[in-house]
Design a protein around this ligand. Structure first.
Ligand code: MN
Length: 213
């Protein structure tokens, strides 16, 4: 199989109370698992594409055969989005003082205080209609922006690099929060792994250098 479901880097209950064990188990094993399965099925007859990264595939959808484009958009997007999502979270208890990171300085320069950024991000996520994702994305010009995308779309599809993203699908929060998406969005920051986010912020520079070369 070309693509595999990455194991969670912590136990299913590690993000409680912000995210409950059952939500994590269903979300990782079944939802993400299904995106991986369907992505592999879409690429079954495309040996030349199986060696590409999922990031490359979703950043270059228009170059793919038309009959698999939508499947790769939805399931490749789902695979890329969730692979990032598990990694940019960590158990609350292991969190120490995340401060002075370059990404935080860049956020403060763009949005004001970190809490102002979180409020703007949460507002964008709360206002987004239906399923999708809220993102902090970085452009080729290094500028940061808050954006949302529908379904499993990813900023890479618009030439932007996803620095962090939160899942707005009901499957991400409904068991614990039901219709109260704003409460989920607020609680999510308790489990954000800023060290991983900082690493993605650095990777964004290498990404744009690489695709410009
Ligand atoms: Mn999800």
């Amino acid at each position: 199989m070309a693509f595999e479901l990455p194991p969670l880097p912590y136990s299913f209950d590690a993000l409680e109370p912000a995210i409950d064990r059952l939500t994590m188990e269903i979300h990782h094993d079944r939802h993400h698992g299904t995106y991986v399965k369907n992505l592999n099925a879409a690429l079954e007859k495309q040996a030349n594409l199986q060696s590409q990264s999922a990031e490359y595939l979703i950043a270059n959808l228009s170059s793919l055969p038309e009959n698999i484009r939508t499947a790769v958009r939805n399931n490749g997007g789902g695979h890329v989005n969730h692979s990032m999502f598990w990694r940019i979270m960590r158990p609350q208890a292991s969190g120490n003082l995340d401060s002075g990171l370059d990404v935080m300085r860049a956020i403060e320069q763009t949005f004001g205080k970190l809490d102002d950024f979180k409020s703007k991000f949460n507002e964008a996520g709360a206002k987004h209609f239906g399923s999708g994702w809220a993102w902090l994305a970085r452009g080729r010009d290094s500028k940061l922006q808050i954006m949302t995308t529908p379904n499993q779309d990813n900023p890479l599809m618009q030439g932007l690099y996803p620095v962090l993203g939160n899942d707005l699908w009901e499957h991400a929060y409904y068991l614990k929060y039901q219709n109260k998406r704003p409460e989920y969005l607020a609680a999510w920051w308790e489990v954000v792994n800023w060290k991983e986010v900082a690493q993605r912020f650095e990777e964004s520079e290498q990404y744009f250098k690489k695709i410009a070369a």
